[in-house]
Design a protein around this ligand. Structure first.
Ligand SMILES: [Zn+2]
Length: 99
């Protein structure tokens, strides 16, 4: 799903894939590992550029924002624009809890 943020940038809404084999991030795929750490498709990880809570329109918020429900914006400079969708899903991966 494509999202246009308030600044007109295109962001891709991506549901991460749960992986249990770390620690090397898989480039090109957004994953969440066994420690609930996100690895973005661009190679970003929480201890590098990190991930910022955001809303569905791409606006950045604090984690205590009342409308925030588990979306993370990838903060890496080289990222093409990814929102990691860690909302509690009804579908396959019910145990995703990113950070
Ligand atoms: Zn990224």
């Amino acid at each position: 799903m494509l999202v246009i943020d308030p600044d007109g940038r295109k962001l891709q809404l991506v549901k991460p894939i749960r992986v249990t084999s770390g620690p090397i991030p898989t480039r090109g795929v957004v994953t969440v590992d066994q420690y609930d750490d996100i690895n973005c498709a661009c190679g970003n990880i929480p201890s590098y550029a990190g991930f910022q809570p955001c809303l569905l329109d791409g606006s950045l918020v604090e984690p205590d924002h009342p409308e925030w429900n588990g979306l993370y914006w990838c903060a890496a400079v080289g990222c093409p624009g990814v929102i990691v969708d860690c909302r509690d899903p009804d579908d396959v991966q019910a145990d995703i809890a990113c950070r």
